[in-house]
Design a protein around this ligand. Structure first.
Ligand code: 2MQ
Length: 373
């Protein structure tokens, strides 16, 4: 069989790249958006709905699943794909970021992270090795190294300490992961908003010859331009023939601008979290369905969409559901938003393939700026 993990670069348009990652569980068309399935579910949606939007891969979280239902239990039940009924590729984050943002009484040192569960207060220790072990128990296709992400702004010395620790943990994860044909382990470039630290992190990770590279430590409170500047420093240093994943990003505008700087993969809770709060992404911009102006509007969100949530329900009905806090409202808007993101990615892939990415991005951005939508 052909090499079990293969990234093919199919076209370039400036720094934007069109590609495909082929794995045993399926092909991931890039640039790709990964819906976040934190607790083995893309909140409010069935996996058939998620697949129907065009998603090739979803994200799972080591931190949440190790606490509940437990990594060993998921393994006993056949792994995450069987458990959640998603037979396509899954990328799992390694847990460090979630520990620092969710757990209580957490300590981080050379060994790893020690913390108490935000669910029941139970105490856990997670080393780089244990993070890789958990991701293996979940039967994850793309596993992330354990790393330390520093919130910005941060002092140079603090960013440097966390970046160097993450490099040592990358090596430990590389050894723990070993050689698993058909699966991949990605390194995570850290270094905050410091070009020199980004450069060191990227070059040391590149020398490890990993299957793919994430750019971490961004979308943590810095202005968009700082994030984009760090991509311009980091992406050219990463191997062109390996996928690049910008963690936790982002809005549609973030995605357009990051694709233009060489990013291939994205994940963000934005479409599902915003959907649960009544916010709809559409081709003509965002619509806040909580707003009373929608109460008598019989129009759907987008009559031309291939997603039933966008095409078949009136804004008046969606407004009613959101105001009444009916769970169908959260589901329909999450469905609409994930479909919007997948359609955005398909348009980006088509544009790179035809060498029209710059004008496509300008057209998409201009369409958001329309008036009353
Ligand atoms: C929302 N912003 C954001 N920034 C991130 C950085 C890291 C990061 O630097 N490392 C890891 N492991 N995860 C990150 C995540 C979680 C991605 N699902 C981030 N999310």
């Amino acid at each position: 069989m052909s090499e079990p993990f293969r990234f093919q670069l199919q076209a370039k348009d400036g720094a934007a790249r069109l590609g495909a990652i082929t794995m045993p569980r399926g092909t991931i068309r890039t640039p790709a958006f990964m819906p976040v399935g934190t607790a083995a579910t893309v909140k409010t949606l069935t996996m058939d709905q998620v697949r129907g939007t065009g998603a090739d891969i979803i994200l799972g979280n080591t931190y949440h699943l190790m606490l509940r239902p437990g990594a060993e239990r998921v393994a006993r039940l056949g792994g995450l794909h069987e458990f959640a009924r998603w037979p396509h590729p899954i990328l799992t984050d390694s847990g460090g970021f979630q520990v620092m943002s969710l757990a209580t009484l957490r300590k981080l040192d050379e060994k790893g992270v020690t913390f108490r569960s935000h669910i029941d207060g139970a105490k856990y220790e997670m080393s780089p090795e244990r993070s890789i072990e958990i991701q293996g128990l979940l039967d994850s296709d793309i596993q992330m190294q354990l790393d330390e992400c520093v919130a910005l702004p941060a002092a140079y010395a603090e960013v440097e300490r966390a970046m160097e620790l993450s490099l040592r943990w990358a090596e430990r994860c590389r050894i723990a992961f070993g050689d698993q044909p058909g699966r991949a382990m990605f390194g995570i470039v850290q270094g905050g908003a410091e070009p020199a630290l980004r450069e060191r992190s990227a070059l040391v990770l590149k020398a490890m010859d990993l299957k793919g590279y994430a750019v971490g430590g961004l979308a943590v409170g810095e202005p968009q331009q700082v994030m984009l500047d760090m991509l311009e420093v980091t992406c050219p240093l990463l191997p062109a023939e390996k996928p690049r994943y910008l963690m936790g990003v982002g809005t549609p505008d973030d995605i357009l601008k990051s694709v233009a700087r060489g990013i291939d993969m994205f994940d963000c809770v934005m479409p599902t979290r915003a959907g649960r709060h009544g916010l709809a992404f559409t081709r003509r911009g965002r619509v806040n369905l909580r707003n009373a102006r929608h109460a008598d509007d019989h129009r759907p969100l987008d009559e031309e969409s291939d997603c039933p949530a966008a095409r078949d329900y009136s804004r008046a009905y969606l407004h009613h559901l959101i105001r009444a806090q009916e769970s169908l409202g959260a589901m329909l808007l999450s469905w609409n938003n994930i479909a919007y993101y997948q359609n955005l990615m398909q348009g980006i892939r088509d544009a790179i393939g035809s060498g029209t990415f710059v004008s496509h991005a300008e057209k998409i951005s201009a369409s958001w700026a329309q008036g009353d939508i």
